[in-house]
Design a protein around this ligand. Sequence first.
Ligand SMILES: *Cc1c(COP(=O)(O)O)cnc(C)c1O
Length: 385
Amino acid sequence: MRRGTLLIHNGHETDPASGALGVPLIQTSTFNQAAYFNAGPDAKAPEFDYARSGNPTRKALEEIIASLEGGAAGYAFGSGIAAISSALGIFSAGDHVIAAEDIYGGSYRILNTFYSRWGLEHTAIDSARPEEIRRALRPNTKALFLESPSNPLLKISDLKTCIGIAKEAGLISVVDNTFMTPYLQRPLELGADIVIHSATKFLGGHSDVVSGLAVCATRELGKRLYAVQNGFGAVPGPWDAWLVIRGIKTLRVRLEAQEKAARFLCEGLREHPAVAAVYYPGLEDHPGKKIHDAQASGAGAVFSFKTKTAEQALRFLGRVRLAAAAVSLGGVETIASYPVRMSHASIPQAERERLGISDTLIRISTGLENPEDLLEDFEQALGEV
Ligand SMILES: *Cc1c(COP(=O)(O)O)cnc(C)c1O
């Protein structure tokens, strides 16, 4: 089956009990175990006993994401950050993690605050230079944490090369695949051990649910992550799991249209006198394009651009009508965000400047509006220069 078909026919397209087209929403906290007690002393414990440990609706989502990513086991969480925190929770105090320096702002924050306090050490590297991974290795290094394309400058890391170095050193590679989704990029096929998603973004797809997912390459790793999922308890409710299941069905058509719009806007914005630079891995002159094309089947629907002055950026955000000036991405509505005050506000200013995250930078996630309307709106919002 091709990827688009797999989004629909993934083993959960029909409920075997009722024939319903879709997964039933099982809204319960607990399960009646009388049959188990009536079955005698040798009976197998029931699969579902308490909904933190497992819920049939959540299980359907976990199986769907595992099959889409090509992994052995999937796990759902209450948010993307809950998925990331739980994945990091398989490590111990005294372990060391190597993380890309331009990972999602919230991932940076959890490593620098919560996990530093609990004794998980980390080193930030530029993962566009894989040799930096080797240099950062310590005897206690246990994991490599990557994201490609990165946020918000869409920098590309060679996942296969980075993961290869991690494998030689016996590390577990974790890749946040939120920007690409399994429709465009499958890190497990490139050797990764754990893939993470903020399902809040493209998988949910409608800006109406906060959710997270993780997929493990092996059952053994899956058992370690399940112990954190169940023990730490950052699970989603069944209704949120159900919304993500529904969102996934339209992922292909949404992404294809959104990617076209992103390309159209990037090409239009490049011509605008107020725009200093456009960052999108779909552009011919993007420095990571060749590597990206080798590891993903599309450039996605997130890009960023820099205006010439900070005033122009602020004016754009205040004047733009068809893009919501908001955090988040991946929804059906176009979103314009301002990383210095939003997703990357928790990164110290000096560090932000070093990374190129300036007060002229705007990140766009294209929605499903007509691209021509979006470009006209962006042009009026950028105004006369
Ligand atoms: C949004 C996002 C997260 C965090 O997900 P939440 O669902 O907001 O907790 C993690 N990684 C990336 C790349 C994101 O865009």
